[in-house]
Design a binder for this molecule. Structure first.
Ligand code: 5AD
Length: 461
């Protein structure tokens, strides 16, 4: 009973949490396997941000229940946001779940599995489901283990890594379940984050993505501004000093955090990639207010312009919610207009999903699904055109690409540009982890294709 498969739903933070759980389990002697069919323990690391994400995980868990009928020793665990959100209530729908572990208790998973395994080996009948969704002081510091490349059978060396810098969020956006699932905003100590990035660099990692629910607020309670520079920008500066780290990204920020110091950082810190994910949510001032988002459409556009002034080649992505309660056609039109004006390279467009317990769930005038779907399509059409235009403009240019490993087919290689565009090309495995010049010769909406420019490796180390 030691083969574990972890299936992850949702955001990069969840992916990072799954990686950390996998690293801790390996250290305890468990084997992490790549497929569900060969595991003895299936852990679903879940997402609650929209109803559909919860339903997907519940469907999967219900489906897997038949495995338990055939093999009573099979272990099914639900981790993360949905576990936190629903707790023991999940057992009404999923009575066969063995483990329900919330977002502050990931580090306990190895102990819980050890206990289950010991009980089963001793022939003790399966007891009650283990449910632990409590709060834990300092839990923002427990996610720090990384999977070493040699831990993953046949996996290429790790080139990029997610680094958690903060947990939780206190912004109380009216639509959002995250304050419930992830708890209060709390930051990790800067020294610990820098030490983690150094260790990653020593292992060959070239690109780090600093992760949190509202990274631009990083350290606001723990560190002071120095010379007008926020703790978040101070952290970026320190990571920037690390030899071996060539690229720095972060997600997710809040528009409120884009003050002058952050815009200026893009001008003076070359490792900070010219790609910003800047959640807009809505282009209507009335809806922004109802969402409890403390900025206006005018201020939002000003931020985009200020960043483009520093880096004219900046790539932008965003999150938009269509069909927030009470959103009129005119208000959606304002979103469409701002969406077009910002000229995004990438966007995540969501139909508003009622999340019980959030302020928006109780608001009147919920929008019919057909209307949400129509608004969704309008924005998707604009995005498709923008993305096509951006990729077409890259034809014939040479882009710096960080080679990540084999692509899905295993025949070619994949990597990303500084602007976060995915590229596919022929390469030699020894180039994995290197920054290479790629001449772009073909482009689809979402992917660039090209040829390496021979003799011109940016980083031959
Ligand atoms: N309905 C739809 N989208 C949502 N998001 C958060 N909550 C909801 C909801 N209730 C979106 C926001 C956020 C992204 C991670 O998910 O756009 O930025």
């Amino acid at each position: 009973m030691n083969r574990v498969h972890i299936k992850t739903y949702g955001c990069q933070m969840n992916e990072r949490d799954s990686e950390a759980v996998a690293a801790m389990l390996r250290a305890r002697g468990y084997r992490i396997v790549g497929s569900e069919s060969e595991c003895d323990v299936l852990l679903l690391n879940t997402c609650s941000v929209r109803e559909a994400a919860e339903q997907k995980a519940i469907g999967k868990a219900a489906n897997i229940a038949h495995r338990k009928k055939k093999n009573p020793d099979f272990v099914l665990g639900i981790l993360g946001c949905m576990a936190q959100n629903r707790g023991a209530d999940l057992l009404d729908q999923l009575p066969d779940v063995d483990l329900i572990v919330g977002t502050q208790k990931f580090h306990q998973v190895p102990d819980f599995l050890d206990n289950l395994r010991a009980a089963r080996e001793a022939g003790v009948p399966i007891g009650e489901t283990i449910v632990d969704i409590g709060e834990e002081a300092g839990s923002q510091n427990t996610i720090k283990d990384h999977l070493a490349p040699e831990d993953c059978d046949g996996a290429p060396p790790q080139v990029n890594a997610f680094v958690s810098i903060q947990q939780g969020c206190n912004m109380d956006c009216a639509f959002c379940i995250v304050p419930k699932t992830r708890g209060d905003e709390r930051s990790r100590p800067m020294d610990d984050i820098v030490a983690e990035c150094r260790a990653l660099a020593a292992r060959g990692v070239k690109e780090v993505t600093l992760l949190g629910q509202i990274v631009t607020s990083y350290g606001r309670r723990d560190y002071t501004h120095t010379d007008g520079v926020s703790p978040f920008v101070q952290l970026i500066e320190r990571v920037h000093e690390i030899d071996g780290i060539e690229r720095i990204r972060f997600t997710s920020p809040h528009p409120r955090g884009f003050k002058e110091d952050l815009a200026a950082a893009y001008g003076r810190l070359p490792k900070l990639c010219e790609y910003v994910h800047l959640p807009m949510q809505s282009g209507s001032n009335r809806i922004l207010k109802a969402m409890n988002r403390p900025y206006s459409r005018e201020r939002y556009k000003e931020i985009v312009d200020s960043l483009r002034a520093v880096r004219p080649d900046m790539y932008f992505s965003t999150d938009i919610i269509v069909g927030f309660p009470g959103e009129t056609d005119e208000e959606f039109e304002q979103t469409r207009e701002l969406f077009e004006a910002c000229n995004y390279d990438m966007a995540y467009i969501f139909k508003y999903s009622i999340r019980s317990g959030t302020p928006a769930a109780g608001m009147g005038d919920q929008i019919p699904d057909e209307v949400k779907e129509h608004r969704n399509q309008v924005l998707l059409d604009i995005l498709r055109k923008n993305s096509e235009r951006r990729n077409a403009a890259l034809l014939g240019t040479v882009e710096e690409v960080l080679v990540e490993g084999p692509d899905k087919t295993g025949l070619r290689f994949t990597g990303r540009t500084r602007g976060n565009r995915v590229c596919i090309f022929d390469a030699n495995p020894r180039l994995i982890g290197q920054l290479v010049p790629l001449k772009i010769d073909r482009a689809s909406v979402s992917t660039l294709y090209g040829e390496l420019v021979l003799g011109g490796v940016f980083d031959a180390a």
